[in-house]
Design a protein around this ligand. Structure first.
Ligand SMILES: Cc1cc2nc3c(=O)[nH]c(=O)nc-3n(C[C@H](O)[C@H](O)[C@H](O)COP(=O)(O)OP(=O)(O)OC[C@H]3O[C@@H](n4cnc5c(N)ncnc54)[C@H](O)[C@@H]3O)c2cc1C
Length: 108
């Protein structure tokens, strides 16, 4: 939280952690995000937020799937993600598996 106050903190080292804000305002209301702007996926997506471009009865989103079925999110932008390189890469790899599952269902 930003305040107008400053204070001195005695420290021997400093870890600058900047750049951890999601750039998701452009998503508008197309894809559900949490109160900090991180994209909701899987079980975190509220049932009434799920949409399906094919207008069918929407199923629940897969683990890394957003509120818009067929759209997936991986890495830091995802709400609740670990915020580490290895997990972002791993989620990207996992998402492909769910993309295939989504396409398989579509082909019926
Ligand atoms: C200061 C700092 C130190 C860190 N140190 C470590 C560490 O030591 N070890 C570790 O494992 N992790 C560390 N992390 C975390 C790590 O950097 C992230 O977890 C990782 O980079 C996430 O990868 P990502 O692909 O999800 O997101 P990013 O690496 O942030 O990549 C997202 C990309 O999308 C681009 N982008 C955003 N919006 C749009 C748009 N609308 N259109 C097109 N492109 C867009 C961005 O410019 C960016 O290039 C650190 C993070 C910070 C900020």
């Amino acid at each position: 939280m930003k305040t107008e106050h400053s204070r001195r903190i005695p420290a021997t080292a400093l870890f600058v952690f900047i750049g951890a804000e999601p750039c998701t305002t452009w998503l508008d209301e197309q894809i559900a995000v949490d109160h900090n702007g991180y994209v909701l996926t899987g079980p975190d997506v509220p049932a009434d937020a799920v949409t399906d471009l094919r207008q069918g009865t929407p199923r629940r989103p897969y683990l890394l799937e957003t509120s818009r079925l067929g759209v997936f999110a991986a890495g830091d932008v995802r709400s609740g993600s670990i915020k580490r390189v290895a997990s972002a890469v791993g989620e990207g790899a996992m998402a492909i598996r769910f993309v295939h599952e989504h396409l398989r269902l579509r082909q019926g």
